[in-house]
Write a protein that binds this ligand. Structure first.
Ligand code: SF4
Ligand code: SF4
Length: 287
């Protein structure tokens, strides 16, 4: 069974970055952008954000000409790999009449396979089935004296994809580097409210590693990492890779490498991740 969907190829005209309006930031996005720019959260928010008109959150600052502060001369986004979901979702996930009159993105139609009993078929997009992120409950109101709310519990619930493929009968794993390219890891991220852990993991695999395929809804287990003054628990889901993209959002930020499973176990340094990869080998080789 299949259904027709579409996505757009952006022509980089920059129009959407010049429109009047706000880019409402989620807390997780503030952390990501600050980290990407090598700034503390306080430095980032004071230099590049303003309170939204309803005083319920933060928005990116405008330049004097009204364009977003991160729009560069060649219409590229200075923070493209970590730009907010609101920007990332345009025009695919925005729907208003007449957007084509201001957005010349090229519309591409495609057919998408549906869920099977073993996993979610994520053919052309890992966004399949994700809810509209703009319907996430907004953060509590901010005040001038208390500009940053505490991190919510969902920050500490993450999911990762373990991308794999068969290569002449051998099982290969795709690893990526951290943003500072110091360690080899799996693509992973926060499971935001309303998202399933496996769809979120598949989304991160596309964003961070440029691969998509069939994500298994049965977790391989979880490991823990220390972050934001607490412990993040990361559930891991195998992703059978069907497509390796030539271009992907974080390609300039990370390296990626296919390696045999024994080598992957040697390369990862995060405690517990080697065990997860061994469990993947046991499950997949035995499958
Ligand atoms: S963050 Fe980037 S994509 Fe979003 S409005 Fe600013 S320049 Fe455009
Ligand atoms: S208006 Fe459309 S084509 Fe232009 S930069 Fe924005 S998404 Fe791309």
């Amino acid at each position: 069974m299949s259904s027709s969907r579409h996505f757009h190829i952006c022509t980089r005209c920059g129009n959407c970055c010049r429109w009047p309006g706000i880019v409402r930031l989620k807390n997780v996005e503030i952390d990501r952008i600050a980290d990407f720019m090598g700034l503390s959260v306080d430095e980032f928010t004071s230099r590049y954000t303003d309170l939204t008109p309803d005083r319920r959150g933060l928005t990116l600052t405008d330049r004097e000409d009204g364009a977003c502060v991160f729009l560069e001369g060649d219409n590229r986004c200075r923070i493209n790999p970590v730009k907010p979901d609101q920007c990332r979702g345009f025009p695919d996930r925005w729907s208003f009449d007449g957007y084509e009159q201001v957005c010349p993105a090229i519309k591409i139609r495609y057919r998408m396979r549906q869920v099977t009993h073993t996993g979610t078929q994520l053919n052309n997009t890992a966004l399949a089935g994700r809810p509209d992120p703009y319907h996430v409950t907004p953060d509590p109101p901010l005040s001038e004296a208390d500009p940053m709310p505490a991190k919510p519990d969902f920050y500490y619930r993450q999911s990762a994809a373990l991308p794999y493929r068969w290569n002449d009968g051998e099982l290969d794993i795709l690893l990526i580097t951290t943003l500072k390219k110091r360690h080899w890891i799996l693509p992973k991220g926060i499971v935001e409210p309303g998202f399933t852990p496996w769809d979120s993991a598949a989304y991160e695999a596309r964003e961070e590693a440029g691969v998509q395929g069939v994500i298994d809804q049965e977790s391989l287990g979880e490991y823990e990492t220390r972050k934001w003054g607490g412990t993040c628990r990361v559930q891991v889901f195998p992703l059978r890779v069907e497509e390796v993209l030539d271009e992907w959002p974080e390609q300039e930020l990370r390296d990626r490498q296919w390696v045999p499973i024994a080598q992957a176990i040697e390369m990862v340094t995060t405690p517990g991740l080697d065990t997860i990869i061994r469990q993947a080998a046991a499950r997949l080789v035995g499958a």
